[in-house]
Design a protein around this ligand. Structure first.
Ligand SMILES: *Cc1c(COP(=O)(O)O)cnc(C)c1O
Length: 482
């Protein structure tokens, strides 16, 4: 048996590269990444190609070969690390977060409980407390760092559900209010928490795509009169379609008056509180009971970073702190472990990818970058209107919408969307609201600067000329056919 153990040990040594091998691999990886990042400014925003086949998993392969495979696999689709990604909600992805992830993964601290990694948990706590302070929550607030906004919503909504003691008896008479612009991940969270059995009221929006509060008021009164329990209002602080911010202060008043849980989806808009303008526009967020904000959006952290904050930490713990006898060694009173605040038990030190860039770059750089995005979006909005496009409402934050306004509008706008992908210079996505296709410009990557916006405006002018020409040809053909 010892012989077999020893021969197996020899084989497993392959899992631990020696120093020479480590240096070789990390220098090759670093070389690849440096080239990747330095090439981003000239890289296209979108590449329409089909991904190459992957080698099958089995035999060992050389690191260089695998790096080539990864490089090919990552070639197509949206270039989401580049500043030319202006579709959906971009975020860029700070290079330094990659270093932090590398450190967190290699040291592999078990950062779910204080006992196992007191220092790592302190970093987690420092990031959450910083978020609590920037949104203006009281010190009773706490939260959880998640993989993204969807999981963060799930935690917030479960907490609200428990705080209101929603159960099988009362769920069907409990009422939840969202707007027509509420992100679909919220509905997923309502489904996961069993709240899709509650009554869902979808409130229309005004001309700026904000929840219509007269209708919200009216619906609450109707529900109260019917003996239902208005329980949860979900507001948006930066919708995905247009970046619209609901009137948070007014919603806070309504929720306070009727003792309703006030949740804010600030997945996109949250970190704009770091700017003076954003702070003003997000006024009222500090009065919410819970909120989510995505560091992988308005803090430029790579994908895999969301956050939920709950005003009353006790409620968060009531929902997510469980005890297990096999964890007997780890419990201490008066300590909040990351495992007590969310869905995960074993977890890496997710906070490091946020903490390291904040500490290294300093907060002023983030403020400047966010302010720059607000101004770039406004500049784009003005210029695209001058170029003859119809525009939506003036942007609340760094997302705006526009469209080609004539002829067979939807067909032409769809053509533009297809042409944007085909050309690939800068990537923009579209949305459909009230039957109309709108093209969206979302400025949020830390790598998006004036040059990209200028490039984007020129691209849209060029594509518009092309579709206008095509329109004329089609019209002529139709005339001839008649
Ligand atoms: C992105 C987004 C979400 C979902 O967050 P994920 O991080 O993608 O899970 C929720 N709400 C809004 C407003 C968003 O922009």
């Amino acid at each position: 048996m010892i012989d077999e153990i020893q021969s197996l040990e020899k084989l497993t040594m392959f899992l631990e590269p020696d120093e020479k091998k480590m240096r070789e691999i990390s220098s090759e990886a670093a070389g690849y990444l440096h080239k990747y990042v330095l090439g981003l400014s000239d890289a296209k925003g979108f590449v329409q190609e089909s991904t190459a086949d992957l080698p099958s998993i089995g035999e060992s392969k050389s690191f260089s070969n695998l790096l080539t495979v990864i490089d090919h696999a990552y070639e197509d689709g949206i270039n989401s690390a580049s500043g030319r990604h202006l579709g959906f909600i971009p975020g860029g992805g700070l290079w330094l977060s990659g270093i932090a992830d590398y450190i967190a993964a290699v040291t592999n601290k078990y950062a779910g409980v204080t006992f196992s990694a007191p220092g790592a948990v302190k970093i987690d706590k420092a990031v959450i407390e910083w978020m609590v302070s920037i949104v203006g929550y009281p010190q009773t607030a706490y939260g959880d760092l998640t993989s993204g906004g969807s999981t963060a919503s799930l935690i917030a909504i479960q907490t609200a559900r428990d705080a209101f003691k929603i159960n099988s008896q009362n769920v069907r008479s409990s009422v939840i209010y969202v707007s027509t612009q509420t992100h679909h991940s919220t509905k997923k969270a309502l489904h996961t928490t069993g709240l899709d059995e509650a009554i869902l009221k979808i409130i229309p929006v005004d001309e700026e795509y904000r929840m219509d509060l007269n209708i919200l008021q009216k619906e609450i009164s109707i529900d109260q009169a019917a003996g239902h329990i208005p329980f949860l209002v979900i507001a948006s602080a930066g919708t995905t379609d247009t970046g619209a911010i609901d009137d948070l202060s007014a919603i806070a008043d309504i929720c306070e008056k009727h003792a309703i849980w006030f949740h804010v989806d600030a997945a996109y808009g949250g970190f704009f509180v770091l700017t003076d303008e954003g702070k003003k526009k997000l006024k009222g967020i500090e009065r919410s009971d819970s909120l989510i904000m995505d560091p992988h959006k308005s803090l430029f952290i790579p994908y895999g970073s969301g956050a939920v904050l709950i005003r009353d930490r006790k409620k968060l713990l009531d929902s997510f702190s469980f005890r297990a006898n096999y964890l007997h060694d780890v419990y201490a009173e008066e300590v909040i472990d990351p495992a007590d605040t969310g869905l995960e038990l074993s977890r890496h030190n997710r906070a490091l990818r946020i903490w390291l860039p904040l500490q290294f770059h300093g907060i002023d750089v983030f403020k400047a970058a966010l302010k720059e995005k607000l101004l770039l979006c406004r500049y784009f909005f003005d210029e695209i209107a001058k170029a003859g496009f119809e525009t939506g409402p003036a942007p609340h934050l760094s997302v705006c919408i526009f469209r080609y306004p004539e002829g067979d509008e939807n067909a032409i706008n769809q053509m533009l969307v297809d042409d944007i992908k085909k050309e690939g210079t800068v990537y923009l996505s579209s949305t459909k609201m009230k039957g109309k296709i709108w093209i969206r410009c979302a400025v949020l990557s830390h790598r998006t600067h004036f040059r990209v916006i200028d490039l984007c405006i020129r691209m849209m002018i060029r594509l518009k000329q092309k579709v206008t020409q095509n329109e004329k040809i089609v019209l002529k053909q139709n005339v001839r056919a008649e």
